[in-house]
Design a protein around this ligand. Structure first.
Ligand SMILES: C[S@@+](CC[C@H](N)C(=O)[O-])C[C@H]1O[C@@H](n2cnc3c(N)ncnc32)[C@H](O)[C@@H]1O
Length: 252
């Protein structure tokens, strides 16, 4: 009888294994990507929408998008725009919400089935509901969010900014099994950008990006960033043996 119980437990464990939504491998493979007139694995100056238009539909496993939100600058309005520390930030070409929504729509077309868009947002975008406006009409679904603890104190009239957020969206069909293969990434991620690595005012944590790239792509896949700034995503792809296609409207 004891033996029978052991057998039942074993069968139950196998059944559980089959039912689980976790997987440590990726079945989804990127279709062969043929591109012309675009640099691969290096920075390039180009309008992000033009770059995205040159990429085939349904072809990408992963796009990072870190827009230059005009709305954040309006909200923050610390009175230092154009001066001192606000100067670099306010000099960058800004994106209206309509332009950001257009980027998201084109990214959605370029993503392969179950591909991911990792969208950097500020807390104002999240709590004001503006995220929903940016996604209006999109089939992309929010599947997760990571808080980046910057390990560094920023500005703020009340609390001081210490974090940014990465919203993880997936093109249907939404699934984790066979698509997302790392299961040890915490949803609060501490990473300090050392001064030597701060080549852009909005540089993002390249180690976190590298882990996420490993989670949802295979070695040799192409990762895209159409508003690359200081090219932290390029650095991330290099560290994990993936290819990069990206640009910024400004010269590097
Ligand atoms: C928030 S920053 C990106 C920072 C980047 N994630 C990093 O880690 O360094 C946004 C960038 O978008 C660029 N940008 C603004 N409009 C653009 C457009 N139409 N096409 C491409 N890049 C654009 C800005 O020049 C700026 O460098």
């Amino acid at each position: 009888m004891g033996k029978q119980i052991r057998v039942d437990k074993h069968v139950a464990a196998i059944a559980h294994k089959r039912r689980t939504v976790f997987s440590h491998h990726r079945e989804a493979t990127q279709p062969l990507l043929t591109v012309s007139g675009i640099k691969v694995d290096e920075p390039q100056q180009m309008d992000g929408l033009k770059l995205l238009a040159k990429l085939p539909n349904n072809s990408l496993p992963l796009v990072f998008f870190d827009p230059q939100y005009r709305s954040i600058l309006d909200k923050q309005a610390y009175g230092n725009e154009g001066k001192l520390r606000g100067k670099k930030r306010s000099e960058l070409p800004q994106m209206s919400d309509a332009l950001i929504a257009k980027f998201i729509a084109v990214i959605e077309k370029d993503l392969m089935s179950s591909g991911h868009l990792m969208l950097w947002v500020d807390k104002y975008i999240m709590v004001s509901g503006r995220i929903q406006e940016l996604l209006a009409g999109s089939r992309l679904q929010i599947v997760d969010m990571i808080t980046w603890d910057k390990q560094r104190m920023g500005m703020g009239y009340r609390t001081r900014r210490h974090s940014e957020y990465l919203v993880i969206l997936q093109k249907p069909p939404v699934r984790a099994k066979g698509v997302w293969k790392l299961h040890d990434i915490p949803d609060v991620w501490p990473e300090k950008i050392e001064n030597g690595d701060r080549n852009h005012t909005h540089v993002k944590p390249f180690k976190l990006q590298a882990r996420l790239i490993e989670a949802v792509t295979n070695p040799g896949d192409v990762v895209v960033d159409p508003a690359a700034g200081g090219y932290s995503v390029l650095k991330s792809t290099r560290s994990v043996n993936r290819h990069f296609i990206g640009c910024d409207i400004l010269e590097v």
